[in-house]
Design a protein around this ligand. Structure first.
Ligand code: GRF
Length: 190
């Protein structure tokens, strides 16, 4: 049977990967629907990429504990019957309780070839290490930082004279292709 994933996208900032998903849906190359976009901060650009009814702020600063914060996110996702949770530039680590609630249904995109350079500023880490090839990874989320089974990767060469900005930009172009492609696979295999 055809499965059209209902997506919940978690963001913390710019939202260009969210935009890539929205564009793929609009152009008909991805059969999915974005049901809700949840940001852990108010006022970020990602929120204005969807209609107001789908843009939700769950401000971490407004909750006494990570547990309370995650509970609100989880219930908002469940209320909208989200089948697949996409972390698209969501800058927080989720607890095992949250991950267990959506087991095997949380996907993250990271701007390096994992397991190399997990964590923050992966592109700068790659440049500082001196690798000649970097890229991006889409993986299932578990409790570890940028761990979990790898679903897909794209390689991006590091060019002489690259800065964190130029490398990030080149990797980002690949991210925008890779994330919708992996979501498409979910639609196909479920
Ligand atoms: C991307 O580089 C993504 O890989 C990382 O955070 C960045 C988010 O960018 N996790 P955007 O908000 O999707 O534009």
């Amino acid at each position: 049977m055809k499965y059209v994933p209902r997506l919940g996208v978690l963001v913390s900032g710019r939202g260009s990967n969210l935009q890539a998903i929205l564009d793929a849906i609009k152009s008909g190359t991805l059969d999915a629907s974005v049901e809700v976009v949840i940001s852990d901060k108010p006022g970020v650009p990602a929120l204005s990429r969807v209609e107001k009814s789908k843009a939700v702020v769950v401000d971490r600063a407004a909750y006494p504990s990570a547990k309370d914060f995650e509970e609100v996110i989880a219930s908002k996702l469940e209320r909208r019957q989200v089948g697949l949770v996409i972390l698209a530039g969501f800058m927080r680590i989720l607890s095992s309780a949250f991950v267990g609630r959506f087991a095997g249904r949380i996907v993250n995109i990271h701007p390096s070839l994992l397991p190399s350079f997990p964590g923050l500023r992966a592109q700068r880490q790659a440049l500082e290490y001196g690798v000649k090839i970097s890229g991006c990874t889409v993986h299932l989320v578990d409790e570890s930082l940028d761990g979990g089974p790898i679903l897909a990767q794209a390689a991006v060469p590091v060019l002489p004279g690259d800065t964190e900005e130029t490398l990030s930009e080149r990797i980002l172009k690949e991210e925008h292709q890779l994330l919708p492609k992996v979501i498409r696979e979910f639609a196909r295999t479920d």
